[in-house]
Each structure stands twice: as C-alpha cells, then as structure tokens.
Design a protein around this ligand. Structure first.
Ligand code: DQA
Length: 158
C-alpha cells in the first residue's frame, strides 16, 4: 500500500476485461444483457469515486499477453484487480501464473453463472489463485466485486 503526500493511503483499483467483452451490449444479450462495457465502466468509476478510491483504471483486451502484462505491472501500482477473463478463465495457465506471481489480490468476475452453463465453462483455472469468484449477477457481479474490494482496502488501512 502506498501513501500520498498527506500520509493517507492511496487506493487504486484495476478493472481488467478479457476477450469479447468489448462486444457487451450486442453479444448474446440473452446471456450477457444489453449493458455495454463502457456503461459498466462508468458505473464502476462513479461508485469508486464516491467511495473515495483514488484511481480506478480500465483495460479490455482480446489478447492474452496484454492481460498477462497488465497483471505483471500491477505490482506496487494497484491494491486490487477486478478481472473478467472471459473464455481465458477456462484454459489460460499463463493468466493463472501471472496472477500467482504478483501480491495484488484479484476478484474473479463473470456476468453469467458459469456453473450453470456448458460443462467446459465449469472449470476456472484461475479460481485457485484468486481471492474469490462472483458470477451470475450480470452487471451486479462487477458492482459486488468493487464493493468488496473497497471494504477490504478499508479494513487493511485501519
Ligand atoms: C464470461 C463467461 C465466460 O465463459 C465467457 O467465455 C465470457 C464471459 C461471463 O462474464 O459470464 O466471455 O466470463
């Protein structure tokens, strides 16, 4: 945890979204809803700002390596990562290893309930290295993850 000039704790959150999540709003709306990723990010930004989070940054990438690099660089820069890894959740050992390599806690997010869907979605290779998983609540999965991250950061700084 870094400190700012006033000695207050600096709270920074990184929101990462993986492949195809840039298409939210038009992508299989019966599963993922009609809310766009921009709308989700705006909701999170407003909520984070009113909770006193110093910075909330957003990255969506369709490329595994770009997400791996973002996780690697998060060390010392962020207090929490909120991650919807999309399909990479189910097979990316590289993403899992990146998460395990940094001390930044990660909350795994899914809009849909992956455990109620096709069998290949029931496995999350990142689940064993994240703090916890929130799935099945649509946009509220992101909001719940943000609220938990904020509560955890506050507890740590007491
Ligand atoms: C998802 C679930 C994944 O199985 C899928 O590949 C996605 C979205 C979700 O948010 O429900 O891209 O992560």
């Amino acid at each position: 945890m870094q400190s700012d000039a006033d000695g207050l704790n600096v709270k920074r959150i990184l929101v990462l979204n993986g492949p195809n999540l840039n298409l939210l709003g038009t992508r299989e709306p019966e599963i993922y809803g009609y809310t766009t990723l921009n709308d989700i990010n705006e909701l999170l930004r407003e909520r984070a700002e009113s909770a006193g989070v110093d910075a909330i940054d957003f990255l969506q990438s369709n490329f595994e390596g770009e997400l791996v690099e973002a996780i690697q660089k998060s060390r010392g820069r962020y207090d929490f990562i909120l991650l919807n890894a999309g399909a990479l959740t189910h097979y990316s050992i590289a993403l899992r290893d990146a998460i395990a390599s940094v001390p930044v806690p990660v909350i795994e997010i899914h809009l849909s309930n992956i455990h109620r869907r096709e069998e290949f979605r029931h496995t999350s290779v990142i689940a064993p290295v994240v703090m916890g998983q929130i799935c099945g609540f649509g946009v509220d999965s992101y909001i719940a993850a943000l609220d938990i991250a904020i509560r955890k950061i506050r507890k740590d700084t007491k």
